[in-house]
Write a protein that binds this ligand. Structure first.
Ligand code: KG4
Ligand code: ZN
Length: 337
């Protein structure tokens, strides 16, 4: 029998502050290159204007590296998958326009990918692959969603945050206590050296909803009270503060996840997005899954934060279904699942 040609896709991600390109062949990740933008650290958050300028500077070398690492020639590509949204307009525009130009030049199809769907689809980058249906808690810098996944790229948001995202809660708290952006990974490290001895009020919201803005305020007031008594209190207690903040955020996430699992009678549970790199969230999910007989899917670290491999995996399954975009494709900063 004659072997069919493989399907080779170049994927582009530029929704926020990481410029990434990946090559996916028959659903297997051949390369996944990321250029981070450290410039935002000094501003305590992503500066959109700087982000788009750096995407513009990085995109060609990043794509070049991804193709070389995968040992794939651009003429062998079958399609280009790109992040359509959600994200920052100026950042998305760079990836969208680059993808459209390259697809036009090579005369190959474009595949539009939803960034939040792609975070979930990152679970199909490496085995063990989840079976359908499964419930995914997607936790990133801009989103916190409970998603019921019924097939490749087929999913329904059961509920989400009504204000800040979980990643934002880490980052904004980090800013209050003087940590660099993004503070999530730093809080994770510091928490390992501290004790979760401080308690903060948990929000009261609808059944599948989250809220983190009140938590940020309650942490701020608590710290202001302590600093009034001792100006060096934050520096002297930084590890315990981090352990307490992390414990609160993770327990809010796990409690709501457990509630949703019970309500939907689903035994397969996944986490995705930047905050799924958090060590306590990962171990807490595994623990509660073991206790309850659930199957837990925890992504590899390189597929948690923003990357183009997840865009390519989502794009590959769209390609198989013939779901192509057109040259009039435009970025959608507020695209929802
Ligand atoms: O998914 P992502 O890379 O970008 C968005 O789509 O937003 O997520 C970035 C978020 C940031 O808020 C960052 O602080 C958080 O993920 N993050 C973490 C950890 N690693 C990244 N939060 C807690 N613990 C971590 N280890
Ligand atoms: Zn993301």
């Amino acid at each position: 029998m004659q072997k069919q040609n493989p399907v080779t896709i170049l994927a582009i991600e530029s929704s926020c502050d990481d410029t990434s390109a990946a090559v996916i062949q028959d659903g297997v990740v051949l390369s996944n290159h990321i250029a981070n933008q450290d410039v935002h650290k000094e501003y305590g958050g992503v500066v959109p204007e700087l982000a788009s300028r750096l995407h513009d500077k990085n995109i060609v070398p990043v794509v070049d590296k991804a193709l070389k690492e995968a040992r794939v020639n651009k003429d062998d590509l079958d399609g280009i998958a790109f992040t359509k949204g959600p994200g920052l307009l100026g950042s998305l525009l760079v990836g969208v326009n680059f993808s459209k130009s390259m697809a036009l030049g090579l005369d190959i199809p474009l595949i539009e990918v939803n960034h939040m769907e792609a975070h979930v689809m990152a679970h199909f980058a490496e085995a063990p692959y989840p079976q359908f249906p499964f419930l995914c808690l997607t936790v990133s810098g801009g989103h916190t969603q409970l998603v019921l996944v019924t097939n490749y790229n087929e999913m329904e948001v059961l509920g989400e945050t009504i204000d800040d995202a979980a990643g934002e809660a880490f980052d904004k708290t980090g800013k209050i206590i003087g940590l660099p952006y993004p503070a999530g990974p730093v809080i994770d490290q510091y928490a390992k050296k501290g004790r979760p001895i401080h308690t903060f009020t948990k929000p009261s919201v609808g059944e599948y909803e989250f809220s983190f803005s009140g938590l940020k305020t309650s942490i701020l007031y608590f710290l202001q009270d302590q600093v009034k008594k001792d100006p060096n209190w934050v520096e002297n207690n930084i590890y315990d503060i981090c352990a307490s903040v992390q414990q609160t955020i993770v327990s809010i996430l796990i409690e709501k996840l457990a509630y949703t699992v019970t309500k939907h009678n689903i035994k397969r549970v996944a986490i995705a997005g930047g905050v799924s790199a958090n060590s306590q969230l990962r171990s807490s999910l595994q623990e509660i899954a073991d206790q309850n007989g659930w199957e837990a899917y925890i992504p590899q670290f390189n597929y948690c934060t923003d990357n183009a491999a997840m865009i390519g995996i989502s794009g590959y399954y769209r390609y198989l279904k013939g779901e192509f975009g057109s040259q009039s494709a435009s970025p959608s900063p507020r695209l929802s699942i």
